[in-house]
Design a protein around this ligand. Sequence first.
Ligand code: GLN
Length: 541
Amino acid sequence: MSKTKQHTKYIFVTGGVVSSLGKGIIASSIGALLESRGLKISLSKADPYINVDPGTMSPSQHGEVFVTDDGAETDLDLGHYERFTKANLSRSNSFSTGQIYDAVLNKERRGDYLGGTVMVVPHITSQIKEMIFKASENCDVSIIEIGGTIGDIEGQPFLESIRQIRYELGAQNVLCIHLTLVPYIAAAGELKTKPSQHSVKELRLLGVQPDILVCRVDRPLPEELKQKIALFCNVKREQVIEARDVDSIYKMPVILHGQGLDQTIVDCLNIWTRKPDLTPWFSIVERVENPQGECRIAVVGKYTEVKDSYKSIEESIFHAGLSNRLSIKVNYLDAAEINAQNAAATLADFAGIIVPGGFGDRGIEGKIAAIRYARESRTPFLGICLGMQLAAVEFARHVLLLSQANSFEFAPNSPHLVINLLAEQVGIVNKGGTMRLGAYPCHLSPDSKAFAAYGRKTISERHRHRYEFNNAYRQSFVENGMDFSGLSPDNNYVEIIELVDHPWFVGCQFHPELKSKPMAPHPLFSDFIKHVRRSSQANLV
Ligand code: GLN
């Protein structure tokens, strides 16, 4: 039977009761399951907050900023979407209330509404629908996660838009999946369904009847409770899915599949698909459960108080652990507490050190002390963006003996700005200039650690930074043992630096963590962990 041409189907994922239930993981897992049936999917995030530009939101409040190939600075959930699926996301896959109002206000200023009264319904809702449709081009199924929790004032225009889309396209083309919490109340010794009933009631008041309920629970959800939830929330029994806490998010697709979620979805949406092939996901689960050893690495950073600030790095380390069959314990150390005196004692127990990206000068000297320790003790080191820039500063200070070497970001008057704005950037920056964002090609030199990791000459990686390696210092760096193993195709931008005489010391100007997936760990993380594994053989079983 050949697949008939289908119009795009829509799946909306909402969340109820409390935030942080893991809507992003559920949406991503649904994407993975539908892909395993040969469907082309797209994943998007609609965020009810008013900020226009997630790029300027603090990582300590909102988690990391995820960057797409086309240079959009987006919500970290897009990172999950890309890690779980093959979807190649872009600017149109993430939009906030702020961006929607911005677009509507621009239209109003241009006179597009011909002087009519501009209102939430229909103008804001129409703009939301326009953005949803734009994000859903060229795919079989478009999955849209609605940020926030049902009941939030900010979320209402999004729910009204969902109601309208379902009204316009029909129930067979639009599915609503609601993620809810079924808490265990210790005093009663019971799991309680009432919060879920209330949040579904709230949804229905807004005209949206969820089709599938995914229930977060910390223990098994008994059959009679599933039936009760189905009856009270007006869904069929098979449309109640249990999502019990898991030790690894990468088990989720297999767990949901085990309860027939993907079958229920394709039935509801009346889609014909091939049989699901979850072999790669089963093999991930097998690797998660059977590491051959354990090792510890340190991430010396700034936003250590919020775990999500380094989400993609954490996941990339985990992926590299899977491919190297290691369970990796990651300690996040506050760079501000590290200095030249305590660096060795603080870091001695770690088999590898990562200095991640960042902005602003807090903890800079601590990071430099950590990098110096990694270089001198021959501990495997990966410097990412700011981490690479500081590796250059450290090398200039302690190998080239330019004691005042620095980056323009921290000491604009330093006599040795090894990290600077390139001449051609200065004009742009003076005009309120902006960062190098998104994917750029890079050429690797043969015989380098970078080339050994990637196994090919031309790579493409994502950037998010303003400053660059200052080419005036290239020659003295090379003469003293630093190899510029990755350069832009025009040779003008230094993209990767590495120490020639060190087991594995690599710094990259881009963000490799944005492209790592469980099935395809990023080559730099993978090789970094391979060397970590080598230098910590003792911990292997
Ligand atoms: N602050 C540095 C710059 O703007 C590094 C940025 C980063 O690490 N993402 O160049």
